[in-house]
Design a protein around this ligand. Structure first.
Ligand code: KIV
Length: 278
């Protein structure tokens, strides 16, 4: 049996090797991500957009996240699976936060959770860590704060805003987070936070000088055509390849070219003869 990557393995990789992470939202994307060999598979609440068709991440519920995480964990046997705590699943109070985080481990069989926010959410994070739940922090552009941030915007561009993010990062590491996502912060700031923090930083839209990178699998595969942020590198164009395949199927059905003999089951000749005599 393949050895599972653990949260302590990720923390221990700081300074030794670069870490890779992809999101997944169901069994096939979980399997694809795992078989690609990435260290971590994140069931990100971005699935609200790329899998459920919402405008942003705010509407996805705890039950929906658990449902998707269960499908992903059925497909991932080696990578560390991290489930994203959705909007309002941890902000209302420490007890609720721990109970919800616990569901991801006990019901959905994830091995860690991710929480958006800095020192404002330090108490729920401390309580989860005390309960034995590995927590990944997430600062910078935190899409659950979209309304307050005024849109998907790069964060930490002034010295003052950068200092706040630096202090948040150090506080989250001190609270026990095993790693930190830095989303859409300037590369210079990401490098400074990475040097200062004693846990791995996983960047998205934050330049090359973090300890690792994460991207949304639908963006990497070219499967989400509504919006492609500047920081994304698409390694395939599965949307258009898929569309070409589906159009070819429809054309074959309409012309009668599909199904052909090799897609059709046959009866034994003697049974057919009996049928024809009836
Ligand atoms: O929800 C998500 O996919 C994320 C990553 C982009 C870090 O939070």
């Amino acid at each position: 049996m393949t050895k599972r990557v653990t949260a302590p393995d990720i923390a221990a990789a700081k300074g030794l090797r670069r870490l890779s992470c992809l999101t997944a939202c169901d069994y096939p994307t979980g399997r694809l991500a795992d078989e690609s060999g990435v260290d971590m598979v994140l069931v990100g609440d971005s699935l609200a957009m790329v899998a459920l068709g919402h405008e942003d991440t705010l509407s996805v519920t705890m039950d929906e996240m658990v449902h998707h995480t269960k499908a992903v964990t059925r497909g991932v046997s080696r990578a560390l699976v991290i489930a994203d705590m959705p909007f309002l699943s941890y902000q209302p109070g420490v007890d609720k936060a721990v109970a919800n985080a616990g569901r991801f481990l006990s019901e959905a069989r994830a091995q860690a959770v991710k929480v958006e926010g800095g020192r404002a959410v330090i108490e729920p994070i401390r309580a989860m860590v005390r309960a034995g739940i590995p927590v990944m922090g997430h600062i910078g552009l935190t899409p659950q704060h979209l309304a307050a941030l005024g849109g998907f915007k790069v964060q930490g561009k002034t010295a003052e805003a950068a200092m706040i993010l630096m202090e948040d990062a150090l506080a989250l590491a001190e609270a026990g987070c095993f790693s930190l996502v830095l989303e859409c912060v300037p590369g210079e700031l990401a490098r400074r936070i990475t040097q200062a923090a004693n846990v791995p930083t996983i960047g998205i839209g934050s330049g090359p000088d973090t300890d690792g990178q994460v991207l949304v699998i639908h963006d990497v595969l070219g499967l989400y055509d509504r919006f492609r942020p500047k920081f994304v590198k698409a390694y395939a164009d599965l949307w258009n390849q898929g569309l070409d395949a589906l159009r070819a199927y429809r054309t074959d059905v309409e012309s009668g070219a599909f199904p052909a003999a090799e897609h059709t089951f046959a009866m034994p000749d003697e049974e057919l003869a009996k049928l024809d005599r009836k």
